[in-house]
Each structure stands twice: as structure tokens, then as C-alpha cells.
Design a protein around this ligand. Structure first.
Ligand SMILES: Cc1cc2nc3c(=O)[nH]c(=O)nc-3n(C[C@H](O)[C@H](O)[C@H](O)COP(=O)(O)OP(=O)(O)OC[C@H]3O[C@@H](n4cnc5c(N)ncnc54)[C@H](O)[C@@H]3O)c2cc1C
Length: 342
């Protein structure tokens, strides 16, 4: 039995774990490590500290399947729809550009439910607050070092964090990269933005008609979602929540500032855009340093093999594009490489 470590409990990592289990069944023991306190990565769903009835998606908002991906990824959409994880997004999203054949889906339980679905299907052992700091080649195994100290040995490792975070790893990763691979990873560019979630008392009803809106007349705010309404969570008695995403230029300008210092600027602008907004009971701000891929690895290969034996692979949206289908493509391509190497 091979011991496989997947670093990152985001969509790519959870899909890699699930597909690997389905292909190799009990021939692999799979562990998923993530430095965060919860799974989801950029598909995270947050809750205020004192309410279990509120939740909001701070990162990805909805899933779009284009007509070609609707065919090639049909099994993933069918699985998520029949499990109730996805539902058609049928509420009003102002400013959403619609192309022929596009289908939009929302997640009644929040975006992290997509990741949790694949993680539970994988039967992998999930370890949170496990920050990988370095990888060292030890014969036919990889020694994986943790931030809190200590290390563990694995037969194969798949790294699914954004390319700039792969380049920060210590140990032998740098040596495994060819000059061109290193350059390709260095050339990956991400946008940056802030996200703010506001949670309101249960009796609050928003006065505007939309469930989400792309904002075109603000240099600070790019997108606002009545998150609970978008997910039909209002009718299920869940507390109302609002999510705000800043523009990328604003995100870049304030990137090195504390989110506590940036939050009031965003809220002031929000009140200008939505005057009369009720007082929230809780607010959460998130800085997405690595938000969405602007420039991916050339030709979108899906993954990069750093070493064939013992296998060390990189995957994630850096190798395709930043959305659901990009992560599916990446996981499929990492899986075929891993299967060949194991
Ligand atoms: C604001 C925003 C809006 C978006 N909107 C949409 C949308 O509407 N629709 C859509 O389809 N996509 C959207 N996206 C893009 C989508 O969220 C991403 O493409 C996708 O979630 C990437 O998944 P991933 O697994 O590749 O990476 P990630 O989700 O980033 O997962 C990587 C994981 O690795 C962990 N990690 C990093 N370093 C280490 C380490 N050293 N040790 C251990 N763990 C580590 C991280 O904590 C993280 O959980 C959006 C993203 C953002 C930020």
C-alpha cells in the first residue's frame, strides 16, 4: 500500500484524494494536510463565532459550467447535483455576463460543501492546522516537514497550493525544479482582493431585489452578494448575510496593510452603495493574497511533475484557470500522472 500525501484541502486537493481513492481503492493510504483551521481553501464558507445559523462564502461564489465542460465534466456535475450539493442558481445576479450554453450553480450549504463532499468520498485522513514547510528526498520516500516541528514519510506527495506558495517550500523542492519549470512557476500571477462578510439579525430583509450584483461604479468594491439569498438559505431560516469583494486594484494597493485597517474603508464604501443597510451583528474580513490566476503556467498543463519516483507533483488552478472546471482538469491530469508513477 502506498502512502500518499496531498497538501491542501481545497477543491484540487479534495478531488485528487477522491479520484485517487476511486481509481486505486485500498492500494493507497491517503492523507490530506492543510495549514488552515477548516477545509475549503478558496472555496471556504465562514461562520460568525456566536451563531450556527449564519454562514457566508468568502471566496468562490458560484460555479459556472460552460457547454464544453458540461460534457467533459458531466459526471462531476451529476454527482454534486444528485447529492444536493449543487443547485441551479436561479436568483437575479445583476451584471453577470451570460454566454450561450453556460449553466450557473449555487451551493445551498456554502461552497466548502463541494470540497467536503469530495473529501468524505475519498476516505482520506484529513489533518488541519498542518503547515508543510519543507520536503526532503529520502531514498524512495519523501520526508515532509511540519511548521510545528516533526516530519513524516510518504511514498508520493501532491502539492495543491498556489504556485508562489510552492516556491516558498524549503528542502529539495527547489533542486527538483528544472530551470524552465522554476521560471514557469515564478511567472504565475495572481490577483489579490479583500472579502468582507456581514452577518445580520434573523429578522433583517434586504430591500434590493438581487441576490448578487457586479458593481461598475466603484473603484473599491467589485461585487456584492446577499449570500444567504443567493443560496436560498433565507427560506431555510438561515440568518441573512452579505459578502463584499473588493476590486483587484484596491486589493493590490492595500495588500501589505492589516485587514483590520482596510475593513473600515470597504464598509464606508458599502454604505455609500447600499444606504440604509441595517447594523450587522458580526463582520469578518479576509485578505486573499492569492485570489484568482491572472497568468497560469503556459499551455495550462494541469499539473507539473517535479520527480517521477518517488512522485512529487504540483497541481491546482496555477496550472489551468481559477474556477471549478480548472480544478477538475488539474486533478484529472495529476491523477493520471500519479497512477503512472505509483
Ligand atoms: C474572491 C474569490 C472569488 C472566486 N470566485 C469564484 C467563483 O465564483 N467560481 C469559481 O469557480 N471559482 C472562483 N474562485 C476561484 C476558486 O476559488 C479557486 O480556483 C479554487 O478554489 C482553487 O482551489 P485549489 O484547491 O486549487 O487551491 P486552494 O483553494 O487555494 O487550496 C490550497 C490549500 O492549500 C493550503 N496550503 C497552502 N500552503 C500550505 C502549506 N504550506 N501547508 C499546508 N497547506 C497549505 C491552503 O490553506 C489551501 O486550503 C474565486 C476565488 C476567490 C479568492
Amino acid at each position: 500500500m502506498s502512502r500518499v500525501l496531498i497538501v491542501g484541502a481545497g477543491l484540487t486537493g479534495s478531488l485528487c484524494a477522491c479520484l485517487l481513492r476511486r481509481e486505486l481503492q485500498n492500494k493507497v493510504q491517503i492523507e490530506v494536510w492543510d495549514k488552515a483551521r477548516g477545509s475549503g481553501g478558496r472555496m471556504s464558507t465562514t461562520r460568525p463565532p456566536d451563531s450556527s445559523s449564519h454562514s457566508a462564502d468568502l471566496g468562490a461564489q458560484y460555479i459556472t459550467s460552460t457547454s464544453s465542460y458540461a460534457q467533459s465534466h458531466q459526471r462531476f456535475y451529476s454527482e454534486l447535483l444528485s447529492a444536493g450539493v449543487l443547485q441551479p442558481l436561479d436568483s437575479l445576479v445583476e451584471g453577470l455576463k451570460h454566454r450561450d450554453g453556460d449553466e450557473n450553480y449555487m451551493t445551498p450549504q456554502g461552497m466548502s460543501s463541494v470540497v467536503k463532499h469530495f473529501l468524505s468520498q475519498s476516505g482520506a485522513d484529513l489533518f488541519l492546522e498542518r503547515h508543510v514547510t519543507g520536503l526532503y528526498r529520502r531514498g524512495a520516500s519523501w520526508e515532509v516537514q511540519r511548521k510545528v516541528g516533526g516530519s513524516e514519510m510518504f511514498d508520493a506527495v501532491v502539492l495543491t497550493m498556489p504556485a508562489p506558495q510552492i516556491l516558498q517550500l524549503q528542502g529539495d523542492v527547489g533542486q527538483m525544479l528544472s530551470v524552465s519549470q522554476k521560471q514557469q512557476l515564478e511567472d504565475v500571477e495572481f490577483s489579490s482582493r479583500f472579502a468582507v462578510a456581514l452577518f445580520f439579525p434573523p429578522d433583517v430583509v434586504f430591500s434590493f431585489p438581487w441576490s448578487a450584483r457586479y458593481v461598475s461604479d466603484s473603484s473599491i468594491i467589485r461585487y456584492i452578494a446577499a449570500d444567504s439569498r443567493k443560496r436560498n438559505a433565507d427560506v431555510l431560516g438561515r440568518g441573512p448575510s452579505l459578502v463584499v469583494h473588493t476590486s483587484v486594484p484596491f486589493g493590490l494597493k492595500h495588500l501589505e496593510e492589516d485587514k483590520e485597517a482596510v475593513q473600515p474603508i470597504i464598509l464606508q464604501e458599502l454604505h455609500k452603495l447600499l444606504p440604509g443597510l441595517p447594523e450587522p451583528i458580526s463582520i469578518k474580513c479576509q485578505k486573499w493574497r492569492y485570489s484568482q490566476v491572472l497568468t497560469s503556467v503556459p499551455d495550462s498543463p494541469g499539473h507539473m511533475t517535479l520527480l517521477q519516483r518517488p512522485p512529487l507533483l504540483c497541481a491546482g488552478d496555477s496550472f489551468v484557470h481559477s474556477n471549478f472546471s480548472g480544478c477538475v482538469e488539474s486533478a484529472l491530469s495529476a491523477l493520471s500522472a500519479l497512477k503512472a508513477s505509483l
